[in-house]
Design a protein around this ligand. Structure first.
Ligand SMILES: [Zn+2]
Length: 374
């Protein structure tokens, strides 16, 4: 059994909106206040503040700021636990996590509620101190009672609920099909079958619109009402673009997992690549990291194998047909002629085929395979 989050849109009533705004505000206050205390203690005495000290401080915070009692205490305790995790991550040298940061009023807001702070009955969720269940637009029923929920509001003002549930993955029937995937720039990926993913529809249009709005925004006076309105518009468009991308990635990873038993990808050093300025935008935009992450967990759930091929394997420079290797192949060159066998070669499809071969070879000796281990 594994835990899986189910995220849905939420449309709070005016009363609930007020309660949520209050809860976001209190959680943010406790987070920022405790973070400031921890930071000062560390800078002045070189001490790290323990979780139990932070919990004791919360009691006195509530005495000093009685409005903190207007929201469920579970939310505030959870905020402290989340901060503890953030610090644990920061002090873990393996994770290379950043120092926890202050939460801003205009950023994404969120609260986490454990079992004691909400009721789940007949598919409806009611949070503590609310009189009515939350109006949620369910896209599918939950497989079990949630063990915790996270309610958030993004910068575009949209509300979401994410429910953590027990989930029993079901392995798919085995298929003989295998595929190699080359991660591309203009296309998110190209498969060894020669299929190119293309880019999400509407994306170009949204992006052009965003550029236009941002130019207008730059001319507006700081603090003006018009500027504020335009800011909201920009945030909404940003959210739309992000949704569009995420949707496309989810669909693509799902199709690949459904159709193939073994999926071979190149393991990429993405942080290393993003430092290269000219590639930076394209790579972050294309969402490679997220794509591979999705392939990884979906493979594990469905009984498929994801095989990662070393990034140093010369997948682009080898001819898949005869094994001839070219010495130089600039990134701009998308097609080449193999001197070994005379074939005309499409750079990306050739690379995808090489990745597939290398992946299956490694897989046959049991060398790698994230999904295989799970
Ligand atoms: Zn060749």
């Amino acid at each position: 059994m594994i835990k899986r989050a189910y995220k849905e849109r939420l449309y709070p009533t005016p009363e609930q909106t007020e309660l949520l705004a209050q809860s976001f505000g209190c959680a943010r206050f406790v987070w920022n206040n405790t973070l400031a205390y921890r930071t000062t203690a560390y800078q002045q005495q070189g001490e790290s503040v323990s979780h139990s000290t932070a919990e004791k401080r919360l009691v006195s915070l509530k005495a000093d700021y009685p409005w903190l009692k207007d929201v469920s205490s579970v939310i505030l305790q959870q905020t402290l636990r989340d901060q503890k995790t953030a610090f644990d991550n920061f002090f873990n040298p393996k994770l290379k996590a950043r120092y926890p940061r202050f939460k801003k009023k205009d950023g994404r807001q969120s609260i986490r509620l454990t079992r004691a702070a909400f009721r789940y009955r007949d598919g409806e969720i009611t949070i503590a101190k609310a009189k009515t269940p939350l109006p949620i637009r369910w896209s599918r029923p939950l497989p079990s009672e949630p063990s915790s929920i996270t309610i958030s509001r993004d910068r575009a003002g949209r509300y979401f609920i994410s429910c953590l549930c027990d989930f029993v993955p079901e392995a798919f029937p085995v298929t003989p099909k295998t595929v190699g995937i080359d991660l591309g720039l203009s296309d998110l990926f190209i498969t060894s079958d020669g299929a190119k993913s293309g880019n999400p529809r509407h994306l170009k249009r949204y992006e052009a619109k965003l550029a236009r709005l941002q130019r207008r925004l730059a001319k507006k006076q700081k603090g003006s009402r018009n500027r504020q309105k335009l800011c909201q518009k920009v945030a909404r468009l940003h959210a739309k673009i992000a949704d569009c991308r995420r949707d496309a990635i989810h669909k693509a990873s799902r199709t690949l997992i459904n159709e193939n038993q073994v999926i071979c990808v190149e393991s990429l050093n993405i942080t290393g690549m993003v430092k290269n300025r000219s590639l930076a935008k394209a790579i972050s935009d294309a969402g490679w990291g997220e794509f591979v992450r999705q392939l990884e967990y979906k493979a594990a759930w469905s009984g498929r194998q994801l095989v990662k091929v070393s990034q140093w394997y010369p997948s682009s420079k080898l001819c898949h047909g005869c094994g001839h290797k070219v010495e130089k192949l600039p990134l701009s060159q998308r097609h080449w002629h193999c001197e070994g066998c005379g074939e005309a070669i499409d750079r990306d499809i050739n690379a995808a085929n090489n990745i597939r071969t290398a992946g299956l070879a490694g897989f046959a000796c049991g060398a790698t395979g994230a999904g295989a281990a799970a």
